[in-house]
Design a protein around this ligand. Structure first.
Ligand code: PEP
Length: 254
């Protein structure tokens, strides 16, 4: 059975002490209120990660993720962080190809492919983000965009490696805008993604992959979104900055 996952993306928010305080609240609430079958992931800024890993020792309900990594093993890339560094600090997940990375840092599908490779090499689980812009949806090209984002960044992987991925469908027009895709719109794309994976690999591979929805997900709309057959959880931006909201979203699986 595929994993039910709620991952928080703090982006560039929370200074060090505020981040530690928020994470402590998340751990306590997760331990008190969540089932063992649910995986909660916190993707904090790099600076916080090692301390959060230490705070999290002994907990199984929460895991740590980074928001990006560099595609090279190591070297002269000032200001960057490697997959090896993240893994060696106890980080388990890494977001790759978030639309803000694509938009502001010119990340292409080809770069994402390299980042996925290095993440897998270091036993990090990539959370690979895909999704169309409003313009692309209005032009009716959203299915093609998603197909290409999947193919160019992941189809070089063997089935054995592909099943290690988590996919996040995040329509760009829904990220941070307060506009959520309807549960029907989200389900349509999630089913399409699973169908594409089944064609490229096998139905068994497609069935094993967790596909998360991201875009203005909150405690009010999570129930309906997570009730859809092909939605296995969420990638949560704004609402992950409030422990109560974040855990309430995770509880939508209860
Ligand atoms: C995100 O940035 O991945 C995201 C889903 O943000 P928000 O929940 O704020 O729309």
């Amino acid at each position: 059975m595929r994993k039910k996952i709620v991952a928080g993306n703090w982006k560039m928010n929370k200074n060090f002490s505020d981040g530690l305080a928020l994470f402590s609240e998340v751990i306590n609430m997760a331990n008190d209120e969540l089932h063992n079958s649910q995986q909660v992931i916190v993707c904090s800024p790099y600076l916080h990660l090692h301390s959060l890993v230490q705070l999290n020792k002994g907990n199984t309900k929460v895991a740590l993720g980074a928001q990006n990594c560099h595609q090279a093993e190591s070297g002269a890339f000032t200001g960057e962080i490697s997959a090896d560094m993240l893994a060696s600090a106890g980080v388990q997940y890494v977001i790759i190809g978030h639309s803000e990375r694509r938009q502001y840092f010119a990340e292409s599908n080809a770069t994402c492919a390299e980042k996925i490779n290095i993440a897998l090499k270091h036993h990090l689980t990539p959370i690979y983000c895909i999704g169309e812009t409003l313009q692309e949806r209005e032009a009716g090209t959203h299915f093609d965009i998603i197909k290409t984002q999947l193919a160019q960044a992941t189809y070089h992987l063997s089935a054995q490696d592909f099943v290690k991925l988590v996919i996040a469908y995040e329509p760009v027009w829904a990220i941070g805008t307060g506009v959520t895709a309807s549960s029907a719109q989200a389900q349509e794309i999630h089913a399409f993604i699973r169908e594409q994976i089944a064609w490229q690999y096998t139905v068994a591979v497609a069935d094993e992959i967790s596909i998360l929805y991201g875009g203005s997900c909150n405690p009010k709309n999570a129930d309906e979104l997570f009730a859809q057959a092909d939605i296995d959880g969420g990638l949560i931006g704004g609402a992950s900055l409030k422990s109560r909201d974040f855990i309430d979203i995770a509880k939508a699986f209860n």
